[in-house]
Design a protein around this ligand. Sequence first.
Ligand SMILES: C[S@@+](CC[C@H](N)C(=O)[O-])C[C@H]1O[C@@H](n2cnc3c(N)ncnc32)[C@H](O)[C@@H]1O
Length: 392
Amino acid sequence: MLQTEKQYVQWQENDVTRNTRWLSESQHPAPTRIVRVDDKTTADEAYRFACEGTSMLWQGDFHNARQLLQALARRIERTEQRKLSKAAKSAKSTPDTAVIPNLFHQQRQAQAQRARVLSRLLLELDAGYISRLRRAPEFSAACTVAFGELDEPCLISFRDLQGALGAAQWREKGVPIASLDLSVFPHYGVFAPTRHEYVQLMLDAALPAVHDLAFDIGTGTGLLAIILAQRGVKQVIATDLNPRALACAGENFARLELPSVQLQQADLFPAEARLANLIVCNPPWLPAKPSSPLEYAVYDANSAMLRGFLQGASAHLAPQGDVWLILSDLAEHLQLRTREELLSWFAEAGLEVKYRLDTQPKHGRSQDNTDPLFAARSAEITSLWCLTPQSK
Ligand SMILES: C[S@@+](CC[C@H](N)C(=O)[O-])C[C@H]1O[C@@H](n2cnc3c(N)ncnc32)[C@H](O)[C@@H]1O
């Protein structure tokens, strides 16, 4: 479990003060006001409670809680859609270059507000993640693998519970990677490679002539390390900071019987005296602050991982070695980073571009012209930058 310190929430129930463990993987603060709600509560009443910051402890039928959450989501969407389409219209009609980054920040704020409102619907669970609600399914196995053992009762948001149930399905079904004819099995809280346009880039790039040892920095499910091992790299050392990613990648390597891939928990580079012939990294693509640990794989505050990776790469690279950086230019279209900045970071790190492979993503959001960020998303290119130490 990533949450290190236990948190407790106190509330009044029939004049009795209750004190219960608060579980929130999305790191929402413990609720300060709690009312009991049930099957008779209307969606409008619940929406009012949630918007004014009151959390609702569900006492009704389990499936009705799910429907209530959907009804809340529809209400939030209607409000947000109105705000965002207004902002998107003004973006089209004004040449002001600050409008696009504003749209991105507005969209993130809207997502955060949506998460806050939806997380106000709570469930009380007994130790072992057991629910006493009518028609509650069995979810203790899914919660235990996602959040760890639970030896006391807790309050949890219905939304976090759904997150654990969704993750359990991904973990069981896996994400098929068609071009490799295999699936990877993501764990809860680990970056799921559902957009795998970069897999083809990893297959197309020419391996360095000598490819005895490669490092995969920020391995997630282990996908890039798997590709390198399958392409014949003799030994791959894969790192990640996130213990869930390490457990997940370890399982994927074992499932595919890849003894040539080793794992290390590390901040970027492995503790390894040997230099690598190839170092690959697919850092989070957007320079923005993650709002919870669940977003560390998507947002890279101040481009810390990207810049740290570039700065450290040469010191870990063998002569004639290559660095493969997988990066989309969405941040450039959103005006969160410029191409010049990226190129200057390469130069400052003593690296130069040997070649670049590009591909255009085809995922749903890049085709959705109702998305306020459609202009940026539809222009996005994902690249594999092959970098080498600057020639003296
Ligand atoms: C965008 S995901 C990519 C995962 C995987 N390589 C892939 O392509 O599917 C970025 C990964 O980097 C990891 N990460 C972030 N900062 C890191 C750091 N400083 N050191 C090592 N790993 C890091 C995250 O936990 C996450 O698994």
